[in-house]
Design a protein. Structure first.
Length: 404
């Protein structure tokens, strides 16, 4: 059994050699992971699809097999109470009902016409960004000033929070998703309570929300469960923010690292959708699935599982499988077809995939149209222009200094 630290900073900056090695080492790998322990990584594309479509073999709920919840260690969502609206930890009928409700509400909301509003918010953020280096007025932190804020502001409008509450909702979401400081845990819990109370008021009808909002659509589908709807809206908000933010940040970094591909995109922005698909494949913001536990003793793709054994679908490695994508180490926005597993598959395919895709497409277009010569900030002080959030399962820049 190998002991691998997939949260190593060198890996986070240049993960592709190790991912390619994992993709060709076998469909399943036994590893020991920091803070998590022994686990099986599912890397081969066929095995991964089978894994994601096997709720009869694996459960996302550790209580079903008497295991502790390691989700906060693995870095999926903030370390907050697991509630009925958390789709990640539901299985079977409960999961299908929740996901069907969310999918229908998202489909009926204003997602398809959201692009102009995303572009407007993006332009405002870029215009209002401030230099963080007094010696270089063209230096910005693209993460904290753009890619973190854009998805939050879009989701505040999409869910249907009152405009009078928008500023405090933004503050609460930042405290929950990106906690900082000595009192961060206390502020996180307080923000969670305040946000859930406001969502419950909205879902109960005591606070008015636009008719095209996600909240209004959830109420129209099922008005009898305001608390459950509030938890589902909260989960949707939290689950979409970090992954979309990471997609924007890594899209920016990957295009900077590949200037010829960036030039192709700038000459033809109709390639934005395929560019985001290739970023999802090549950069894989969500590196692994949520933790799953074997429900019984069984054989799976040549490996023996015992009840309670821990497994992760290694999405990022599967994206680098040469049997699925030719020359997977190459970043190519004109690749046809682009096969990527970063949004999962089967019953747990990400409900917010379309929304994240739209936000990332618009974000990258506005970013590189406003600052066409964007590059990483010069490393004159000896410091890396990129800081990383160190958590297994995610590839997340927490700071990325750029200059134009």
């Amino acid at each position: 059994m190998s002991e691998i630290d997939y949260s190593n900073k060198d890996f986070l900056r240049h993960p592709h050699p190790l991912l390619a090695q994992s993709a060709t080492a076998g469909s399943l790998q036994q590893v020991k992971l920091p803070k998590i322990g022994r686990a099986t990584l599912i890397t081969g594309s066929d095995a991964l699809i089978d894994f994601l479509k096997s709720p009869h073999r694996f459960t996302t709920n550790p209580d079903e097999v008497g295991k502790p919840n390691i989700s906060s260690n693995a870095g999926y969502l903030p370390n907050l109470p697991t509630q009925s609206g958390n789709v990640l930890f539901q299985n079977g009928k409960d999961h299908r009902e929740l996901k069907n409700k969310l999918d229908l509400a998202l489909k009926q909301s204003g997602i398809k016409s959201i692009r102009p509003n995303v572009a407007k918010i993006a332009d405002q953020l870029l215009e209002n960004s401030v230099a963080i280096d007094k010696r270089n007025k063209n230096t910005r932190d693209i993460v904290t000033q753009f890619s973190q804020l854009l998805p939050i502001l879009v989701m505040i409008e999409l869910i249907g929070f009152p405009k009078t509450n928008a500023e405090e909702v933004l503050k609460w979401v930042l405290q929950i998703t990106y906690p900082q400081g000595l009192l961060s845990a206390h502020k996180q819990r307080s923000a969670y309570k305040n946000l859930l109370e406001l969502l419950t008021q909205i879902m109960s009808g005591s606070v008015e929300t636009p008719t095209e909002s996600l909240a209004a659509k959830l109420i129209a589908i099922d008005a009898s469960s305001p608390i459950d709807n509030a938890h589902l809206a909260f989960f949707t908000l939290m689950a979409s923010l970090a992954s979309t933010s990471d997609l924007i940040s890594l899209g920016c970094l990957t295009l900077i690292d590949h200037p010829q591909q960036l030039e192709q995109l700038q000459q033809d922005w109709t390639k934005a959708s395929s560019a985001v698909e290739e970023v999802l494949r090549y950069a894989a913001p969500t590196q692994t699935t949520s933790a799953r536990y074997a429900l019984s003793n069984f054989e799976f793709h040549g490996h023996s599982f015992k009840k309670g054994d821990l497994a992760f679908g290694f999405l990022a490695a599967s994206n680098m499988d040469p049997n699925t994508n030719e020359s997977p180490m190459d970043f190519n926005i004109s690749r046809t077809p682009i096969r990527q597993m970063s949004f999962g598959a089967g019953a747990h395919f990400c409900s917010g995939a379309q929304l994240a895709h739209i936000i990332a497409e618009v974000a990258l277009q506005r970013l590189f149209s406003t600052w066409p010569n964007l590059q990483l900030a010069n490393n004159t002080s000896g410091k890396d222009p990129i800081d990383w959030t160190i958590r297994f399962g995610t590839r997340r820049p927490s700071k990325m200094l750029v200059q134009f």
